[in-house]
Write a protein that binds this ligand. Sequence first.
Ligand SMILES: NC(=O)c1ccc[n+]([C@@H]2O[C@H](COP(=O)([O-])OP(=O)(O)OC[C@H]3O[C@@H](n4cnc5c(N)ncnc54)[C@H](OP(=O)(O)O)[C@@H]3O)[C@@H](O)[C@H]2O)c1
Length: 243
Amino acid sequence: MSGIEGKIVAVTGAGSGIGEATALLLAERGAKVVLGARRTERLEALAARIEQAGGQAAWIRTDVTRRTDLAGLVDLARQRYGRLDVLVSNAGVGLISPLDDLRVDDWEEMIDVNLKGVLYGIAAALPVFREQGAGHFVNTVSTAGLRVVPLQSVYAGTKNAVRTISEGLRQEAGDSLRVTVVSPGAVRTDFTERMDPEARERIDRMMETALSPDAVARAIAFAIEQPDGVDVGDIVVRPTAQA
Ligand SMILES: NC(=O)c1ccc[n+]([C@@H]2O[C@H](COP(=O)([O-])OP(=O)(O)OC[C@H]3O[C@@H](n4cnc5c(N)ncnc54)[C@H](OP(=O)(O)O)[C@@H]3O)[C@@H](O)[C@H]2O)c1
């Protein structure tokens, strides 16, 4: 048995990109996956794909800006499969732009999704992990927080806030819970679709050498498959060509 077989893993932002690749890989390796995002048609199609391949998947519409939706995702895992072993908080938006543009609505959306969305996941899963005496938080952050560059300060700030909170959570977690942050570099996904044209032009150049989302999925799987007493704290996965 690998350390993934039989685990119950909930994934936010599961309908596309890194979340989708992670759900597919973990299901292929024997996890029962619980899929959350807003576009339900994507979740339904992904769950059907996983089940056709012999895996098990459940899904529920989850907007991570709503605390009750995260509670619903965790509840679904428990109702359908009896417990929750791992919460992958992966949903995120990268509405990058110059600060001078004062796109305050975009700043707020990044804080609501990237930061508060992760906190709501912690609020939903932590009591369950405590009750079970085991559990694993995996939070998708970004190399944007490791090398801060123009246009990305608010986005990087939300990701570094999650990095900091994750370390605090690890310290408070005691010896039975695990906390992992994964920092992807450029990954070829739909992530750039909502960026403003100037930002998108710069990022599209980086995307020429971007990774496939599978590379990040494999890093997440590596953290999950470790024996219970092994906490992989921090993984950085970027293209070799990335500055
Ligand atoms: N691509 C990169 O280069 C890169 C690099 C570093 C880090 N990341 C991080 O990786 C994570 C995944 O992004 P990705 O690259 O895979 O892009 P993506 O394909 O755009 O995936 C982002 C996912 O987040 C979901 N999402 C957005 N707002 C949400 C909300 N309010 N509630 C629930 N789900 C929401 C979207 O689903 P719905 O729209 O259906 O809700 C989507 O499935 C993000 O946290 C991102 O910051 C990406």
